[in-house]
Design a protein around this ligand. Sequence first.
Ligand code: PSU
Ligand code: MN
Length: 307
Amino acid sequence: MTGTPHPDLVLTEEVRDALAAGRPVVALESTIISHGMPYPQNVAMATEVEDIIRGHGVVPATIAVLDGRPCVGLTPTALEVLATSPDVAKASVRDLPYLIARGEHGATTVAATMRLAALAGIRVFVTGGLGGVHRGAPESFDISADLAELTRSDVAVVSAGVKSILDIGLTLEHLETGGVPVVAYGTDEFPAFFSRTSGFRAPMRADTPEELAAMMRVKWDLGISGGLAIANPVPAEDEIPARRISAVIEQALTDMTTLGITGKDATPYLLGRIVEISGGASLAANIALVKNNAHLGARIAAAYAGG
Ligand code: PSU
Ligand code: MN
């Protein structure tokens, strides 16, 4: 169903065997480890998320570029390197040729992880938050390559929606233009990462992993290339209400403008600053929502492999 992994990828034996046997595999990104959370919470989160996925009988495949090798499935030592080394570049799709040719380390964003997952034949990918259209994009043109990749790689991406460091309305418009199904899980509203609500209605809704697996099959059977954005709201007990987090986000955006930070540094700066201003509350919510996404992603992968 998924074909043979691209020969230039370095797969762990566990991942290779699972893919060859048609057993479910879930991809995980690494920018969230190297540039999205502080140490040691980052490596603890990465390890726990892998364990959650294994708990569902599904194989986790964390993706990164290590010494120029595009790796699908990582050892605990590799996770530790990604979590601690200052020499790990943030790697979107455009960075893959540069880092691989030079033999460097790269922590893959949603876009780059999708691309490598697709080359491996992995159809489900779990993350925290998607990149999107930044506030002020009509002037800055800052639109994450994650959105472009969702139009290209055949991978279903489970996130908790997009956080309001971005322009959520413009992000949804951009996904519509790209022909990307945006499906909220168990809710009518598109979730805003830290908060279950965003004020925007989700274009589509699903209530079971089987419904999502069915949509994936139909999409790719019809040859409609590209991914699906599955938006899974943060659990109610872990959410930070929109009115509470919005002041924190506004402050972080103001600080970013003052410092003149732009481009690929914008998202990592904002994530780090939000943790600082919120006194760690945002980090706890971030970890909780990633784990919640891991449960759903594993169930979707199992439903897709079983169907
Ligand atoms: N949003 C988060 N946490 C993250 C990211 C986004 O809440 O770690 C990371 C993801 O790897 C995403 C990337 O793909 O930031 C988007 O960066 P940019 O906006 O530069 O495309
Ligand atoms: Mn950008």
